[in-house]
Write a protein that binds this ligand. Structure first.
Ligand SMILES: [Zn+2]
Ligand SMILES: [Zn+2]
Length: 349
């Protein structure tokens, strides 16, 4: 098969022929119809993810058709249209037994712990736990955009963030996850303030339901801007980018007893990020993490997508062939990429 491979961190990836994957006993191989390009892929390529070993094939937001099935898989057959959460769970550890597969103790992640979906085929583990059927009528490009950013945003806003109609919700960083969060919060009846450094990203945020936009390059203190626009601060605020600055701005933009949800990855040399804990204490803030979404939680989100309440298809702004993926991966590191919407790779086009 053809795949996007990199041999060294930060050096240009290339498209080349590699061996086709084979399914594990409990796994499947999926023929990849569409796979989203995500900032997490860029972080992995830069060497920020300790799970990756070289050479490596990125890609974790995929949809396609089951090609081959391991002997212990009972629920899926070749020809099934499927997608998958980026956190693939083991199905048997204590977290999985409690229904919290998104924080599985033995999780695998295509494109991180093993070769991913910037390829014509990808192997996925524990298929009976992790595969999600793509509804009839939903395109593979739309389904691919659910697997990471949209599902992640859905869990962050609805489940971890407990959004309620009429609340103020601030979204810091309007890339794929942030724009998804804007749309999901607005659909829930919240009033959304979007914050970004890219005018194009803010234009999209407004289109997807933000009532106020803050250009972080034009204000000395985005958190103060959020507090002023929301008469005292947001009830719920997300750092959808993942940086010390956006994390702090999200916490500092909350009102009393507000909820901060960390969605963006926070890679750093020593693995820690400063958080304004004095404000968390004084205002009784809640600080929450959100990490993907379990396969069994997809039906609520898929129902809203099929009903047209949520429109992840609108987030897909570009579709490219595999040969264009290495350059597109490199471009994810620039701030301008956050204003460009979601790029989907079609490995067979
Ligand atoms: Zn598990
Ligand atoms: Zn992703």
């Amino acid at each position: 098969m053809r795949a996007v491979v990199f041999e060294r961190y930060g050096e240009a990836a290339e498209v080349r022929e590699v061996a086709d994957p084979r399914p594990a006993e409990h796994g499947v191989v999926v023929r990849v119809a569409a796979t989203g390009l995500c900032r997490s892929d860029w972080h992995g390529w830069q060497g920020h993810d300790p799970d990756i070993t070289l050479p490596h094939v990125p890609g974790h937001e995929l949809a396609g058709v089951v090609e081959a099935v391991g002997p212990r898989v009972t629920g899926w057959r070749p020809g099934d249209r499927v997608t998958v959460p980026f956190v693939c769970a083991c199905g048997t550890c204590p977290a999985c037994a409690a229904g919290q597969q998104q924080v599985c103790e033995r999780q695998t992640q295509p494109g991180f712990t093993h070769w991913g979906s910037f390829a014509q085929y990808v192997a996925l583990d524990h298929a009976d736990v992790n595969l999600v059927a793509v509804p009839d009528g939903m395109s593979f490009a739309t389904a691919a955009s659910l697997g990471c950013r949209f599902a992640t945003a859905f869990r962050a806003v609805v489940q971890q963030g407990r959004v309620a109609a009429g609340e103020w919700v601030a979204v810091h960083g309007c890339g794929g996850v942030g724009l998804s969060a804007v749309m999901i919060a607005a659909a829930a009846g919240a009033r959304v303030v979007a914050v970004d450094v890219a005018p194009g990203a803010l234009d999209l945020a407004r289109k997807f339901g933000a009532v106020h936009c803050v250009d972080a390059t034009r204000t000395a203190d985005p958190a103060q801007a959020v507090r002023e626009l929301t008469a005292g601060g947001a009830h719920l605020s997300l750092d959808a980018l993942g940086s010390p600055a956006t994390c702090a701005a999200s916490v500092n933009g909350l009102r009393r007893r507000g909820r901060h949800v960390q969605v963006g990855l926070l890679p750093s040399a020593d693995g820690t990020t400063p958080v304004p804990m004095a404000r968390a204490l004084a205002l009784e803030l809640e600080l929450l993490g959100s990490h993907g979404m379990a396969a069994h939680a997809y039906p609520e989100m898929l129902g809203l997508v099929c009903a047209g309440v949520l429109r992840p298809d609108l987030l897909v702004t570009a579709t490219i062939p595999l040969d264009a993926a290495p350059d597109a991966l490199a471009a994810m590191g620039t701030p301008a990429a956050s204003g460009a919407g979601v790029t989907v790779i079609e490995p067979w086009s």
